[in-house]
Ligand binder design. Sequence first.
Ligand code: ASP
Length: 439
Amino acid sequence: MVEEKKVVKFGGSSLASGAQFVKVKGIVDADEARRYVVPSAPGKRSSSDHKITDLLYMCQQLASHGLNFDEVFHLISDRYIGIRDELNLDVNIESILEQVKTRIRDGASKDYAASRGEYINGILLAAYLDFPFVDAVEVIRFKDNGDFDEHTTEKLVHSILGSVERAVVPGFYGAKVNGEIVTFSRGGSDITGSILTNGIQASLYENYTDVSGFLMADPKLVDNPRPMDLVTYRELRELSYMGAPVLHEEAIFPVRKRGIPIQIKNTNEPDAPGTLIVHDQWNQVKEGTITGISGKKDFTVISVEKTLMNNEHGFFRKLISVFETNDVSIEHMPSSIDSISVIVPDADLKGKQQKVIEEIKIYCNPDTIYSNPGMALLAVVGRGMVKTKGISAKIFHALASKGVNIRMISQGSSEINIIIGIENRDFEEAIKAIYEAFQ
Ligand code: ASP
């Protein structure tokens, strides 16, 4: 047995059918260090297929209204029985499915129902890999109020997984001390993998999905964008406007604590390099280029002007509190000596704009206040920016050459990103222009 430990997580499409299980086994068997395996529930086999988790939520919903859910449950049973038979496994999946169905009929919670997707898939995968099955309820602990209990979980993972050489642990859920099942938010198996990696102090967290890592830009906007071979945790956070999520946003936090890297790989193309996510102090900086570009449309800028606002006691606090009490999240707040712009998502402001502006007038007594909708934000991110001259010149030249008008510029304090506000209508053109400038 090798000393090295790796946690490897497989997403739903990687485990959607018997044929996908075969690929997964090939990957696990290829490296002895891949000792702890975290499965998602079976995902879609094609674009018209259903995710098992969605079907389980549907069953619970129907049951909670006293409606018959046999037909939907049938789709779930068929999928698991199909995988078991394809792989010739000796697992009495019918009796497990029967128990789950009975509990859903008897009023089980949403979280219980959804968690069974990973639970049953975990039992099948453990049998197929010939690994012990450790239920996530043993190691992932939630507090009575439903919050994740980081401290207890870390101890449980360390002691329980520390005493087994290999294990399959289903992703996405855990339990309170009283046994009640709690799930993370959707896509949460990524979080389970990260928690286990931290708890057993593995050398690497491998996350297998159906794409070969992160791309430099959204492929819906740029043709064949290059994959990112390496990105730091912080860069990835700054790129969080990125279109389709490859990794759950919260999955980087547990491993980040110990600086353990995450390797994103593609189950269907295991030889492709994928993306390695590394600690923030990573010092092999690729100068002269950017790591990625992301962006989002539909923000409103609320601009407030007041002479000597800097000197007024509590001005910023009062301004921010208006947004807080109205439950409007603030995206950015660039300021100058006598003015400040608060940039908020349109969706948060919907139906509240007049009230927010009135309250700012009352609390902050500004000289002028006006709002401007229809802004898109671009985040151009790169750890190489700090050390390289001319990156911003290149970005702004690219935008100017396409006639894109810039409404706002802000550089994050980490100096690894530049945020640019432009008109919604220029969004696609701007992303393409910046991407091309760095090819
Ligand atoms: N199966 C869950 C979902 O579909 C969790 C996961 O796949 O990570 O959200």
